[in-house]
Write a protein that binds this ligand. Sequence first.
Ligand SMILES: N[C@@H](CCC(=O)N[C@@H](CS)C(=O)NCC(=O)O)C(=O)O
Length: 193
Amino acid sequence: MLTLYDAPRCPYCARVRIVLAEKDIPHETLVIDLANRPAWLYEKNPSGKVPVVEEDGWVLPESAVIAEYLEERYPEPPLLPADPGERAVARLLVFRHEDFSDPYYALRRKEADAAEAFDEAVGVLDAMLEQVPYLTGRAFGLADVGYVPWVLRARELMGVSLDPFPAVRGWLDRLEGRPSIAAELEVVGAFAR
Ligand SMILES: N[C@@H](CCC(=O)N[C@@H](CS)C(=O)NCC(=O)O)C(=O)O
């Protein structure tokens, strides 16, 4: 049985929750209180961060690596395109996620000019989504999973308006129709209340 060491607020954990839900992978969840972290977490991940997954005593940290592991270990339904070039482009987006998350965290820290910088980063996604329905390309997949937790939190918790970004809004509408993302929206809503 796979165990996810999880924190509901954590968007990196959300990536793993979404992949587990999409693939309907049997698992148990152990919620970690990040404000009062158990010492044993550092044995599983020296950085002390979540998410971490564990399967039969084997542990793996890092959300993007976990997502790829789950994709290979549980290939159905696929979350990467069949075409190697399209797979590479989806991976590139996840690899460059900090181009998006850096302005997101700057906005969360209320740094000067952060709102403009974050809008610019959302604008980059909007331009991509004018060309293709999903960040992963023609179908939903790991690049969408890689970004949606931050976009949901920006909209729901940080008051970011997506009105100027119709392609992002259309993408979110499509994603919110998926049970995995609807469940994540519930998680975010629970700590917004
Ligand atoms: N690169 C890591 C980042 C994970 C991460 O930053 N998790 C946060 C919670 S959202 C955490 O555990 N923070 C505790 C800390 O930084 O000490 C991943 O993708 O899994």
